[in-house]
Ligand binder design. Structure first.
Ligand SMILES: CC(C)(COP(=O)(O)OP(=O)(O)OC[C@H]1O[C@@H](n2cnc3c(N)ncnc32)[C@H](O)[C@@H]1OP(=O)(O)O)[C@@H](O)C(=O)NCCC(=O)NCCS
Length: 333
């Protein structure tokens, strides 16, 4: 069977207009800017308007317009939408289908939501690559778009300081003959035994939300931060090694590492375990906090538009999240 190369054709982002700083949080819970910066590296995050216009598919719509412009393509070339999110617009229909209509796509492209938490974008990218490589589709729109502000208990200082809202997308497609851009190696995995480290059991089919849950405020996301920290560093380093080994490449050949932005200390520790120089690691957590599936594509797009990542550079995407899910992508941009 013929194998095609996959190229990132265009990227885009949307960040909600409202900025919530650590100083703002000091007025909401018992915390301090110093504590948050020292423990997480986060200075501010973005929060979607609860009144509309910035819901996950709205953000994805704006980010996709940028990506289409960068790629010089029209929406109807998209064969599949892979929408990574744990905060979809609604339960039914899926966000990918809602976005299809918003984008004016009339080609009946396949639409799939991916609930792989913070690994959602990397899961989507690797799956899109598999389908492009085999010729099943030509072009995919891969998205990470989250409105975590809806799922965070704003009275719980151990959680609310960490997360933010935002969206990043990538248009990926078949690389033309002779093009050097390619996805070189992929890895995806999960370990369901770590599910209690980060979960939100109330509100699903097993335990629908009742008035009691609302009063007790037990329906929000819950996390064992220390446990997540330990597993995250180990797993991110392992995922990076898998794709490098698979591609028979060394870390010295990597120009940029884009790790999931969960905590600056997790990023720094992972970098140390791997032995990658700090100036090769893309970091923007100070501006946006943890936007789950959106952190990797937002960081990627910013690094491209700031002129850091250039065509031909080797980039390693590395993600980890609730599930526990994890994955990595090694690509030549
Ligand atoms: C959440 C996290 C920042 C907590 O940092 P930590 O150094 O482990 O801090 P601890 O939880 O041990 O808490 C230390 C103290 O700070 C307090 N504290 C917790 N949140 C606080 C806050 N926002 N402001 C001030 N104090 C806070 C705790 O109550 C505790 O006080 P105590 O010693 O009197 O009991 C850190 O564990 C983390 O980032 N983990 C990874 C989480 C993550 O990214 N998950 C998602 C992955 S996809």
């Amino acid at each position: 069977m013929r194998h095609y190369q996959t190229k990132i054709l265009g990227t885009g982002i949307y960040l909600p207009k409202r900025i919530l700083t650590n100083t703002d949080l000091e007025k909401m819970v018992e915390t301090s800017d110093q504590w948050i910066v020292e423990r997480t590296g986060i200075k501010e995050r973005r929060i979607c308007s609860p009144d509309g216009g910035e819901f996950p598919t709205d953000m994805a719509y704006h980010a996709t317009q940028q990506a289409l412009k960068m790629a010089n393509l029209s929406p109807n070339v998209i064969d599949m939408i892979l929408f990574g999110s744990v905060t979809p617009d609604m339960k039914l229909p899926n966000s990918a289908s809602i976005l299809q209509t918003k984008l004016g796509i009339t080609n009946k492209c396949a639409c799939l939501d991916l609930a792989a938490a913070c690994s959602g974008f990397v899961y989507g990218l690797n799956m899109a690559h598999a389908m492009i490589q085999t010729g099943m589709i030509k072009t995919a729109l891969v998205i990470g778009s989250e409105m975590l502000s809806r799922e965070v208990n704003w009275k719980d200082r151990s959680i609310c300081i960490l997360f933010g809202d935002g969206c990043g997308v990538a248009l990926v497609g078949r690389a033309p003959e002779g093009d050097s851009s390619a996805i070189l190696s992929t890895y995806l995995g999960a370990d369901g035994t770590g599910k209690e480290f980060f979960d939100q059991p109330i509100g699903g089919a097993v335990t629908p939300i009742t008035a009691k849950h609302l009063v007790e405020e037990s329906h929000y996301m819950k996390m064992k931060g220390g446990e997540m920290f330990k597993v995250a560093t180990r797993t991110l380093a392992q995922c990076a090694k898998y794709v490098l080994d698979d591609a028979k490449m060394s870390l010295e050949q990597v120009d940029w590492l884009i790790p999931h932005q969960a905590n600056l200390r997790i990023i720094e520790t992972t970098g140390k375990i791997l032995g990658i120089p700090e100036n090769k690691v893309i970091i923007n957590i100070q501006k946006y906090g943890n936007t789950s599936a959106a952190t990797v594509p937002i960081a990627f797009h910013e690094a491209v538009t700031e002129g850091k990542i250039k065509r031909g550079d080797v980039v390693l995407l590395d993600a980890f999240g609730a599930g526990l899910t994890f994955g990595s992508t090694l690509l030549r941009y």
